[in-house]
Ligand binder design. Sequence first.
Ligand SMILES: [Zn+2]
Ligand SMILES: [Zn+2]
Length: 76
Amino acid sequence: MNYSFPLADPRVSYLARMQKRRILCRYCPFATDSAFDLQNHLCTHAFTKNTYQCDVCLKFFSLSTDLLTHFKTQHN
Ligand SMILES: [Zn+2]
Ligand SMILES: [Zn+2]
Protein backbone atom coordinates (compact mmCIF):
# COMPACT_ATOMS: atom_id res chain seq x y z
CA MET A 1 0.00 0.00 0.00
CA ASN A 2 1.24 3.41 -0.81
CA TYR A 3 -0.07 6.19 1.41
CA SER A 4 2.01 9.02 0.01
CA PHE A 5 -0.14 12.07 -0.50
CA PRO A 6 1.47 14.80 -2.62
CA LEU A 7 -0.26 17.53 -0.62
CA ALA A 8 1.48 16.31 2.56
CA ASP A 9 4.74 17.60 1.10
CA PRO A 10 5.39 20.89 2.93
CA ARG A 11 6.78 22.46 -0.23
CA VAL A 12 3.63 21.56 -2.17
CA SER A 13 1.31 22.95 0.47
CA TYR A 14 3.44 26.08 0.57
CA LEU A 15 3.01 26.45 -3.20
CA ALA A 16 -0.72 25.78 -2.84
CA ARG A 17 -0.91 28.62 -0.35
CA MET A 18 1.07 30.91 -2.64
CA GLN A 19 -1.25 30.08 -5.54
CA LYS A 20 -4.35 30.61 -3.43
CA ARG A 21 -7.21 30.49 -5.82
CA ARG A 22 -8.88 33.80 -6.45
CA ILE A 23 -12.50 33.70 -7.53
CA LEU A 24 -13.28 36.77 -9.55
CA CYS A 25 -16.61 38.47 -9.88
CA ARG A 26 -17.57 38.70 -13.54
CA TYR A 27 -19.38 41.99 -13.03
CA CYS A 28 -16.82 44.02 -11.05
CA PRO A 29 -13.22 43.83 -9.76
CA PHE A 30 -14.31 41.96 -6.62
CA ALA A 31 -12.17 38.89 -5.83
CA THR A 32 -12.34 36.28 -3.08
CA ASP A 33 -11.05 32.79 -2.32
CA SER A 34 -14.38 31.59 -0.98
CA ALA A 35 -17.20 30.50 -3.26
CA PHE A 36 -19.58 31.30 -0.41
CA ASP A 37 -18.31 34.87 -0.28
CA LEU A 38 -18.78 35.16 -4.02
CA GLN A 39 -22.39 33.96 -3.74
CA ASN A 40 -23.05 36.62 -1.10
CA HIS A 41 -21.35 39.23 -3.22
CA LEU A 42 -23.30 38.26 -6.35
CA CYS A 43 -26.50 39.21 -4.52
CA THR A 44 -25.39 42.80 -4.91
CA HIS A 45 -25.57 42.25 -8.67
CA ALA A 46 -29.06 40.74 -8.60
CA PHE A 47 -30.21 43.68 -10.69
CA THR A 48 -28.19 42.29 -13.61
CA LYS A 49 -30.75 39.52 -14.02
CA ASN A 50 -32.92 40.14 -17.04
CA THR A 51 -36.43 39.83 -15.76
CA TYR A 52 -38.53 42.05 -18.03
CA GLN A 53 -39.30 41.04 -21.58
CA CYS A 54 -40.62 43.15 -24.41
CA ASP A 55 -43.82 41.67 -25.82
CA VAL A 56 -43.01 42.92 -29.31
CA CYS A 57 -39.36 42.03 -29.98
CA LEU A 58 -38.83 39.65 -27.04
CA LYS A 59 -35.77 41.52 -25.77
CA PHE A 60 -34.95 41.20 -22.07
CA PHE A 61 -34.38 44.10 -19.68
CA SER A 62 -33.16 44.23 -16.11
CA LEU A 63 -35.39 47.10 -15.06
CA SER A 64 -39.05 47.74 -15.76
CA THR A 65 -38.15 51.36 -16.53
CA ASP A 66 -35.66 50.14 -19.16
CA LEU A 67 -38.41 48.12 -20.77
CA LEU A 68 -40.75 51.12 -20.72
CA THR A 69 -38.09 53.35 -22.28
CA HIS A 70 -37.34 50.70 -24.89
CA PHE A 71 -40.99 50.29 -25.71
CA LYS A 72 -41.56 54.03 -26.07
CA THR A 73 -38.49 54.57 -28.26
CA GLN A 74 -38.60 51.40 -30.37
CA HIS A 75 -42.26 50.54 -30.71
CA ASN A 76 -44.08 53.82 -30.53
ZN1 LIG B 1 -19.15 42.07 -8.29
ZN1 LIG C 1 -39.10 45.59 -28.03
